[in-house]
Design a protein. Structure first.
Length: 298
């Protein structure tokens, strides 16, 4: 079966065309090959939400501690939406998990590492309700594994590398990213609170656990204690719920029931908070507003 090939909608020296899952590749990487560990010494790895869960669990860290110790943030778009990359050594971009044997966390390595030298690109046509997955092949000068071994389809390679599980867990998040990108200026510039919410829901799963156990959450959303406990016991369920909540908060896709009157009550509480802040600012600036410079005695 011949593979479908499509030209990318942009110029790239590394990604000349989009491929379907039946496209045949020849590639091998093994200890002893001339370039072994070369890609790990030039690491530029963007992490996905499920990557964080696998890696922080492997290292026995909370997601909050993992993010602080092993990642660096970067801006994914012009609106301040933050992604994360795997932290490398200071002098050169060498992966901190690399050793002489290869990857010290190989069983829980990120999806980008599993895909290499292929990669995933999700795209959605204008006015289409669904996204389409395409693949591409990266050929870099330092890599000597191309052309080795028997031919294997991209789908077979994905299964071999254990990346399908990652794709399924991350798929709702890819949809969020595509929707944010396609909406563009129509959704307006996100507030700092929205950006923080996106980051927590995407990457800081342990902080999100505390969020859904807070009293403020139970006042706003009609989610039973049993449902919450089920998610606390299964981080995949929790991750999927965080994506649903993001879609609901950011795009109005309501799949999580809210408490009756919660929105009106929240709006009223917000008005009270803003009024309180206004009064505090008036008191704090009283001496500046008084033309005579008088200040009430303590």
């Amino acid at each position: 079966m011949s593979a479908e090939k499509k030209k990318l909608p942009f110029e790239s020296p590394l990604v000349p065309e989009l491929l379907d899952g039946q496209h045949q590749i020849k590639f091998q990487c093994y200890k002893g090959i001339e370039c072994y560990n070369a890609c790990c010494k030039q690491a530029d790895i963007t992490l996905t939400p499920y990557d964080v869960i696998r890696m922080k669990t492997r290292l026995g860290l909370s997601s909050t501690d993992f993010l602080a110790k092993h990642t660096v943030p970067f801006e994914m778009d012009g609106d301040g939406l933050m992604g994360i990359k795997l932290k490398t050594t200071d002098d050169e971009p060498v992966c901190l998990f690399m050793n002489d044997e290869g990857c010290s966390i190989y069983e829980d390595r990120p999806s980008a590492c599993r895909y290499y030298p292929s990669g995933l690109m999700s795209m959605r046509a204008k006015d289409s309700p669904t996204d389409q997955r395409h693949f591409f092949v990266v050929k870099e000068d330092h890599c000597k594994g191309h052309g080795l071994g028997d031919g294997i389809s991209v789908d077979e390679y994905r299964e071999q590398q254990g990346v399908i599980e990652y794709d399924e867990a991350n798929h709702p998040w890819y949809q969020i990213m595509l929707k944010k990108k396609s909406a563009g200026p129509a959704v307006g510039t996100p507030s700092p609170t929205s950006l923080q919410f996106f980051f927590m829901c995407s990457y800081d799963i342990d902080r999100f656990k505390r969020f859904i156990q807070a009293e403020s959450f139970s006042k706003a959303y009609d989610v039973s204690p049993d449902e919450i406990q089920s998610m606390l016991d299964d981080e995949l369920k929790l991750l999927d719920f965080s994506f649903r909540l993001m879609k609901q908060v950011l795009f109005g896709e309501h799949t999580i029931p809210t408490m009756e009157g919660a929105a009106e009550k929240r709006a009223e509480e917000r008005k009270e908070i803003l009024e309180m802040r206004r009064q505090i600012e008036i008191e704090a600036n009283k001496d500046k507003q008084d033309p005579y410079g008088w200040v009430d005695p303590e």
